[in-house]
Design a protein around this ligand. Structure first.
Ligand code: GLA
Length: 721
């Protein structure tokens, strides 16, 4: 159907047309030189100006009358050249040394990408053989768009290279106003701390310079003073990029703001040879009238429904056991099997051996790079261990950190130059390891062979792919000519290639993305992996904060959380509390369960059974963050299956509020639910009263949970009419 619409469209492309208006549309102006891109809440307008440049005219509320949007706010693709008033997306040096670009309009087309209408605007330099295509893909059903660019060197003469010094994925301008930026930054074990900052004249940049970021490129911009999380305007975005990225927010004297994001070209460039193209990663952007929570809903449901790796997207995630907290590097067949037996009796579905299983890995000083089982620890290889785990009825998984090497490894002794370094400079170690230069084809092949052999020769159904240090000393000395400063870009290309190749070859294997915890969580990784290890911090109270932030952008089915012995603040939490926290995502157990008493085993067994009952809603439902632990001494999150109307609410108290105490009377004990049908009736499990959806959402419900570090999980069902 869509193809017919498209071909018709090309025949009569000078008429104003609206494609797939329900799901987002692209309306072409009478003259064929302006485009209004609509999603559910937003309008985005682009137009060719009199001087033949392509302008970005408006992005925001779809109530704006389209025909009244006439003036340019900035260029659709900003460049270094002419007056340098905007943050440039494209900066190049032509082969004769000229560094200015002058882009003019060439043509456009509308194409169908993954079922979504996509506007492609072609521009070319007035003189040099450079062309730029800028794309806008309208993901109307999730109220968002993806933007990216492709640059091409159209010369055919050898040596007529164009050096890209900067190429950003997208830019957009906001009308003059006072704006606040909300973003997440963090560090190891304290990921995704939410920050809010006023944008004043100048540039605010969020970025990553070491491939390792415990924050996020996700951002939300709100008019200054907007307090409500659930209402009001919010512009948002996030990058599909796992290497170095940046997002710049430039506020001009006039009061307008330009947002630009993409690869961070700091200390990086890319040589575009004749007849070659380079495509930027995508940037997702959107606008909603439903505040930061509207952003969370759009981003997380899109990621859950469309982005996560399709091999496993429809499946509920398994309950895991991971032996890292129990045995660290000291692993052997007998002791792992003892853990697996206990794990099985709890209801666990996948048993994962973490670090320590491979050759020479007695501690973190040795072994990374040599991806064969340690013969001393596993004299019979892994096969015997795996078949015994399988006989128990469990799938088997392994930890691997492919991109790294310990100097104390066979790999490094054989190929010291495969590790990223400079001559005459310190070879910096972090956790006793260096980073392999994955930009190199031989390194790529080595890693592909190691990982595919491991997966082919063993019945492995789960890979935890870790990355435990940032880049340093980024030298690429024997690089092919012109590529020495492209290492980071080429590395990421090969990283994605490795993921994609392995996933295509082993489609029934689960992949967990880990980087010392949540050091590499972004939309690109989420499209390659099934889930991420959100943090190395498993203290339940810290985790409540980390999970609350994680859920501001990403879905619960991508967030692994384990129950472990960690108790950073010496609060001696109950096992029930720990389970209730970890059950709000993808549940794992990390204790030394061979030491558990019968009572602990019973609690865990009951909790895992309870989790399995709620799991389809937690994994495939929408979520609402009802109460933020950053605002109150408690936290609540609701998961809802929109079709059946069933909800599960996780509530955590972080302080003791005796009934009618001063503090309690300051904080309304009622919590308002969301996403219900106003006219329908709902019942809480264990409570006979039927409440209207309207009342539960407008007035709220007193969950009656009292006491610090107490938690409750509540099931709410829609009463049949
Ligand atoms: C990282 C991970 C941990 C664990 C260790 C193993 O820190 O985040 O979960 O796998 O490595 O060395």
């Amino acid at each position: 159907m869509k193809t017919i619409v498209l071909s018709l469209f090309f025949i009569i492309s000078t008429l104003p047309l609206s494609l797939w208006a329900e799901e987002g549309s692209i309306n072409v102006g009478q003259d064929g030189k302006s485009w209004v891109v609509k999603s559910r809440s937003s309008t985005y307008k682009v137009a060719v100006m009199e001087d033949n440049t392509v302008a970005m005219c408006y992005f925001g509320n779809n109530s704006y009358d389209d025909e009244l949007i006439t003036s340019a706010q900035g260029n659709e693709v900003t460049v270094r050249g002419g007056f340098t008033l905007q943050t440039p997306m494209v900066e190049v040096i032509f082969s004769d040394g000229v560094r200015d670009i002058e882009l003019i309009y060439d043509r456009y087309e509308i194409i169908d990408l993954d079922g979504y209408p996509t506007l492609a605007i072609y521009q070319k330099d007035r003189y040099y053989p450079l062309s730029v295509v800028s794309y806008i893909k309208v993901i109307g059903d999730y109220d968002m768009m993806e933007k990216w660019v492709e640059v091409t060197n159209n010369s055919t003469s050898q040596g007529d290279d164009i050096l890209i010094e900067n190429l950003q994925s997208a830019t957009f301008f906001l009308e003059k106003n006072q704006y606040e930026l909300h973003h997440l930054s963090g560090e190891w074990t304290a990921e995704y701390k939410p920050y809010k900052t006023l944008l004043t004249q100048g540039v605010k940049t969020i970025q990553n310079k070491g491939f390792y970021s415990f924050g996020s490129s996700s951002f939300v911009i709100r008019p200054y003073g907007e307090q409500s999380d659930t209402e009001g305007e919010a512009w948002y975005g996030s990058l599909y990029y796992s290497g170095n990225w940046r997002v710049d927010f430039e506020k001009f004297a006039s009061g307008s703001v330009q947002v630009t994001g993409g690869i961070n070209f700091w200390d990086e460039n890319y040589l575009l040879r004749p007849s070659k193209s380079f495509t930027s990663p995508k940037m997702l952007i959107g606008y909603t009238k439903e505040g930061s929570d509207g952003v969370a809903t759009n981003l997380s449901s899109f990621t859950r429904d469309k982005l996560l790796n399709p091999s496993n997207r429809e499946k509920v995630r398994p309950v895991l056991y991971n032996s890292w907290y129990a045995t660290a590097f000291d692993v052997n067949e007998q002791q792992q099997l003892a853990l697996a037996q206990r794990a099985k009796s709890l209801g666990v579905e996948v048993f994962v051996i973490d670090d320590g299983w491979f050759k020479g890995r007695v501690n973190d000083n040795a072994g990374l790079g040599d991806w064969t089982p340690d013969r001393i620890k596993f004299p019979n290889g892994l096969e015997s261990m795996i078949s015994k785990v399988n006989e128990l009825g469990l799938d088997f998984g392994l930890w691997i950190e492919p991109e790294m090497v310990n100097p104390n490894s066979d790999l490094y002794r054989e190929h010291p130059d495969w590790a990223i370094h400079y001559p005459n400079r310190t070879r910096e170690l972090r956790r006793n390891q260096m980073v392999l230069n994955l930009a190199r084809e031989d390194v790529y092949q080595y890693l592909y062979n190691s990982m595919s052999t491991l997966l082919r020769e063993n019945n492995i159904k789960y890979i935890k792919w870790d990355m435990n240090r940032p880049l340093s000393n980024v030298g690429y000395l024997d690089a092919p000519e012109g590529e020495s400063r492209s290492l980071r870009i080429l590395y990421v290309e090969n990283l994605y290639r490795l993921y994609k190749t392995l996933r295509a070859e082993f489609p029934d294997v689960w992949f967990e993305c880990c980087a010392g915890g949540g050091g590499r969580v972004d939309l690109a990784m989420l499209s390659l992996a099934d889930f991420t290890w959100a943090s190395d911090n498993t203290d339940p109270v810290d985790r409540i904060f980390i999970q609350h932030s994680y859920l501001s952008s990403f879905p619960a089915m991508s967030m692994i959380s384990w129950v472990t012995h960690e108790d950073h603040h010496h609060q001696n939490h109950s096992l029930e509390f720990k389970f209730d926290v970890a059950m709000a995502g993808v549940l794992g157990v990390g204790y030394d369960i061979t030491q558990w008493s019968d009572e602990q085993m019973d609690i865990a067994r009951a909790k895992i059974a309870e989790y399995k009952r709620y799991r389809p809603i937690v994994h495939h439902g929408d979520h609402y963050r009802l109460v933020s632990p950053y605002q109150e001494n408690r936290s609540a999150v609701q998961y809802i299956d929109k079709e059946s109307g069933e909800s599960v609410i996780f509530l955590y108290n972080l302080a003791e509020y005796p009934v009618n105490s001063v503090k309690e009377t300051l904080n309304s004990p009622k919590i308002k639910l969301r996403g219900l049908d106003v006219d329908a009736k709902y019942r809480f499990e264990g409570d006979d009263i039927a409440y209207s959806g309207r009342m539960l959402m407008d007035i709220g419900y007193d969950f009656g949970l009292r006491g610090a570090y107490k938690s409750g999980i509540y099931r709410v069902v829609k009463v049949a009419e």
